[in-house]
Write a protein that binds this ligand. Structure first.
Ligand code: KQY
Length: 365
């Protein structure tokens, strides 16, 4: 594996859309006791169900710590590859490489990772094991790796359409915890030169109370070139209404890199989801302090789905909108089966299905 210091875009590489063909998917077996309640017992079963579904249409690699390897191996299908790798937590979207291709070769990008805000407003310390994962995964997959560690970025904060357009949020990328020395224009140039895009659509904010500082992957994503789904509520008393309306106005006033107007499909949100006393009780303290407060609103959204080769896997919360979300997505992904899985146990960790997965694009023509 070579470490590269050139620019992916200048080398002819770009980030394909998630809805294009995958070689496989990377996940990290959950273990952190202040993220996952009751020693991650329920979270592990939710991960296993997700992995079973994804692995029916693409290869899956699961990274597990030394002490969790046997259990992961026992709970996961034989067709899944389990490899020992240390990590601080389990958010493959944010710590695995972002893959770029030129159509005949695949390379990884190793961004800097600082646990969603470093010492300013990050979610845990230290994060050095997570920060090493992208490079280790490139090594494992025998892919050359771009060294972009001086730029802090998580995979959950970007979406591309594979045709030159990138979606992100100002709340996250312009926040003080990531790259405080860089201007919006400088960040945009960095996105273009690393991900091979020519147009960045900036939404203002992400889902209300999202501890990632408003990752795009929880509020809006491409379903095909020129089309997106946007997390939506009609409840004007919900603080989410203003946020989603602002996103809608920006998207409807935008064109993509190919000059198409963006078509927005509203994906209803579940009713607000709050963590219970019992759930908080199941979480260990971090540095002597609780990581969550009973009654805290969690950032539940159906937009946090994963697009596998033959399935779209959508979080479900036991809400009346669960089936509506599946129906809307079924209409938008006619060649894939849209499957819901109960994901409250993942949500308690602070993210959802998309956040715990990272696709590896297919790269051979
Ligand atoms: O949503 C994500 N991409 C990560 C969430 C991190 C939560 C840590 N508690």
């Amino acid at each position: 594996m070579k470490i590269l210091n050139t620019s992916p875009s200048a080398d002819g590489f770009y980030m394909p859309a998630e809805f294009s063909q995958h070689y496989g998917c990377i996940l990290i077996w959950p273990h952190r006791r202040d993220s996952w309640q009751n020693g991650a017992y329920a979270a592990r079963r939710a991960f296993a169900r997700l992995i079973e579904l994804i692995s029916s249409s693409e290869k899956v690699i699961v990274c597990a710590r030394y002490e969790d390897y046997d259990e992961a191996r026992r709970l996961l299908p034989d067709r899944v590859r389990v490899v020992e790798m240390s990590s601080d937590d389990s958010w493959a979207r944010d710590v695995a490489p972002t893959f770029v291709t030129n159509g005949s070769e695949l390379r990884g990008i190793d961004w800097g990772f600082n646990a969603w805000g470093g010492l300013y407003d990050g979610l845990y310390f230290p994060w050095d094991k997570d920060n090493k994962m992208a490079r280790k995964l490139c090594d494992l997959l025998e892919k050359d790796c771009y060294d972009c560690r001086s730029f802090i970025l998580e995979g959950g904060s970007i979406h591309t359409d594979g045709e030159g357009t990138l979606l992100t949020t100002e709340e996250c990328l312009l926040g003080r915890g990531r790259n405080p020395g860089m201007s919006k224009q400088g960040i945009e140039q960095k996105l273009c030169s690393t991900l091979g895009v020519s147009k960045v659509i900036w939404l203002r904010r992400g889902i209300y109370n999202d501890e990632t500082n408003g990752h795009i992957d929880n509020i809006c994503t491409f379903t095909s070139p020129g089309e997106v789904v946007l997390a939506w509520t009609d409840d004007k008393n919900d603080p989410q209404y203003k946020i989603s309306k602002e996103c809608l106005d920006i998207l409807e006033g935008s064109t993509d890199a190919k000059g198409r107007r963006i078509r927005v499909h509203k994906l209803p949100l579940p009713k607000p989801v709050h963590i219970t006393d019992d759930e908080c009780e199941g979480l260990d303290n971090m540095d002597g302090e609780p990581t969550r407060t009973p009654g805290e609103r969690l950032a539940a959204s159906y937009v946090n789905f994963y697009i596998a080769n033959k399935a779209v896997i959508v979080p479900q919360f036991g809400d009346e909108n669960d089936s509506r979300a599946v129906d809307i997505l079924s209409g938008l992904f006619p060649t894939r089966e849209v499957v819901g899985i109960y994901a409250r146990d993942i949500l308690i960790g602070g993210g959802n299905i998309h956040c715990i997965t990272q696709q590896i694009p297919e790269f051979e023509k």
